[in-house]
Every structure is written in structure tokens, then in C-alpha cells.
Design a protein around this ligand. Structure first.
Ligand code: THU
Length: 160
């Protein structure tokens, strides 16, 4: 028996330690939360995808009375970006979330289903996606979903 040790690198920033470009992406994700449709959870999530050519696409969580039919902001954004700009890899994904009162203190990491979709998007374009997660107290940065989804399943697992 041996241990398999997995390490994840998550950088933690204060907002004013970020580059101006990253601050702008986060502001755009924060602004996007206003377009969330969250009548059930009252939890508004905004996501912004920066594509390789500089295009910026944003999306929000969209809920449904049949709860599982709704979709998280991350997937809304990535699927929209990949539908509209199928030749443009996603470089960075920024996410912000708020309750009815205010933006959250500690960043929310993407749910498991979104992690899987982010992974597939990385694989599809052969390029890691840098992820910025906004919280009022701190901002987390990972250079690839692999830091949030270790031992992941992708199409290579189905090869011999
Ligand atoms: N949600 C997201 O949009 N992204 C996440 O990473 C976690 C959760 C949404 C789904 C649902 O509309 C609401 O937040 C509460 O779970």
C-alpha cells in the first residue's frame, strides 16, 4: 500500500493586489449577477469568460421551478461562449456570487457538474482555463480546473 498525495495550488489575493485586467473581469462578473434569474435560491451568480482573442462573454445562473432544469452561471457562460465562438479557447473564467443582501465573503468554488464541464472545455481546446473566484474577503485563483478537480474523468480514461 502507498499513499497517493494530490496537491492543489490556489492563490489567494486581496482585490487591490489583482491586475487591472483581472479587476475588470471580476467587476464584469459582479455586474452580471444583476441579470441572474434566481427566484428560488435568491443566490445570484455571475460568470465571465475571457476568450483568447479578447472577447468577453458573461452569463448567470438561470433557475427553473423544476429545479434540476436550471443551470449554473459557469455552464451558461461556457456553453454560450462555445456556441458563439467555437474557435476561441477560453483563457480565463471569473465568477462572483451574491445573496439578496450582498456579495459573499469567501468565494464559492464551482459545483461538481461545472467542474466537469470546465475540464471538458480545457480538453476541447488543449488549453488550461485560469479561474478567478471572487469573495469580498479574498479572491482565489487557480491556473486550471485540475487544481479543483483532481483525479478527473475525461475521454482519455476510455482509451486502453
Ligand atoms: N450556482 C451557480 O450558478 N454556480 C455555482 O458555482 C454554484 C451554484 C447557482 C445554482 C443555483 O441557481 C444557485 O446558485 C443556488 O445553488
Amino acid at each position: 500500500m502507498k499513499d497517493l498525495t494530490i496537491t492543489a495550488i490556489i492563490k489567494v489575493y486581496q482585490y487591490d493586489e489583482l491586475s487591472i485586467d483581472d479587476q475588470k473581469l471580476i467587476k464584469t462578473a459582479m455586474e452580471a449577477t444583476a441579470r441572474s434569474y434566481a427566484p428560488y435560491s435568491h443566490f445570484s451568480v455571475g460568470a465571465v469568460a475571457l476568450l483568447n482573442d479578447g472577447t468577453i462573454v458573461s452569463g448567470t445562473n438561470q433557475e427553473n421551478a423544476a429545479y434540476p432544469s436550471g443551470l449554473c452561471a459557469e455552464r451558461t457562460t461556457l456553453f454560450y461562449a462555445n456556441s458563439q465562438y467555437p474557435d476561441q479557447p477560453v483563457k480565463t473564467l471569473a465568477i462572483a456570487a451574491k445573496t439578496e443582501k450582498d456579495f459573499i465573503q469567501i468565494p464559492i468554488p464551482p459545483c461538481g457538474a461545472c467542474r466537469q464541464v470546465i475540464l471538458e472545455t480545457e480538453k476541447r481546446y488543449g488549453q488550461p482555463i485560469r479561474i478567478l473566484l471572487y469573495g469580498k474577503q479574498s479572491i482565489y485563483e487557480v491556473n486550471s480546473i485540475c487544481d479543483l478537480l483532481p483525479l478527473s474523468f475525461d475521454s482519455s480514461a476510455m482509451e486502453e
